[in-house]
Design a protein around this ligand. Structure first.
Ligand code: URA
Length: 247
């Protein structure tokens, strides 16, 4: 955020009109970095934390979206040869430098967060603060409890040891099974590689949840929507929490 007046920041966040915001400041309801602010014209700096009546106020100079990534598009900046998720994003957002947070494989569908809030994106991808992601996987062969235990124990792959993950078997049949997988890492092809290490090929992969966000049924493949203030706060809270043990 470039230097912005406090009353403008509050008005942009949608919490108050500009004159109501100025009044709230004068009434001592607004704090900046924990200190009561008195001047609505006060200039904010990058990283300043603003609260109104004790509740954090979002920086609306950033944009936050969720996309239902369809199969067949790359999570990459624009590519002249292949379709990318950026082809699904309106020009106005491209101009504001909104980018995907992390990657999904070309054939993977589901929830992808897009934002130009680089600090939040960075924190969401930080391995130390990695938020849980939930995938639905259709895999070859019959999954069983030994697979769930192997996921839960953490798994040695070629070049790293995957942290403990959760595998819930939703349907197990001879030819194919369906499972929900939760993990907080995001290494290249990680879910596919974990199943492959157990002898199961991933036939379809869908990300249903990213931290506190769940892909709504109403959002069709290719569709995207702006996150609500509550959803952005939930993402910020997810990275603010200290690491809660292994697993
Ligand atoms: N794991 C994978 O293997 N692929 C994805 O797209 C996401 C997680």
């Amino acid at each position: 955020m470039s230097a912005m007046r406090l009353d403008k920041y509050l008005a942009l966040s949608g919490e108050r009109t500009r004159s109501e915001a100025a009044r709230a400041v004068r009434n001592g309801q607004v704090r900046v970095n924990g200190v009561p602010a008195r001047d609505p014209a006060m200039k904010l700096a990058d990283g300043d934390e603003v609260t109104l009546a004790g509740v954090p106020v979002l920086d609306r100079s950033f944009q936050y979206y969720m996309l239902h990534k369809p199969a067949g598009v790359l999570t990459a900046s624009r590519d002249s040869r292949a379709a990318t998720v950026m082809d699904l994003v309106p020009e106005a957002l491209l101009r504001r430098k909104v980018l995907p947070v992390g990657r999904l494989d070309k054939d993977t569908t589901g929830l992808l967060v897009l934002t130009n809030d680089g600090a939040l994106a960075h924190a969401l991808l930080n391995p130390k603060r990695h938020v849980w992601k939930r995938y639905i996987a259709r895999v070859s062969g019959r999954l069983d409890e030994a697979d769930a235990e192997a996921f839960a124990a953490g798994m040695a792959l070629d070049d790293f040891v995957a942290k403990p993950a959760k595998l819930a078997i939703l349907r197990a049949e001879e030819a194919e099974s369906l499972a929900a997988v939760e993990l907080r890492e995001g290494k290249f092809h990680q879910v596919k590689r974990m199943f492959l290490a157990r002898g199961h090929e991933v036939l379809a992969l869908h990300r249903a949840a990213f931290g506190p966000l769940t892909l709504p049924d109403s959002l069709q493949p290719g569709g995207f929507c702006e996150l609500t203030a509550a959803q952005v706060r939930a993402l910020q809270d997810a990275v603010a929490k200290p690491e809660s043990g292994e697993g």
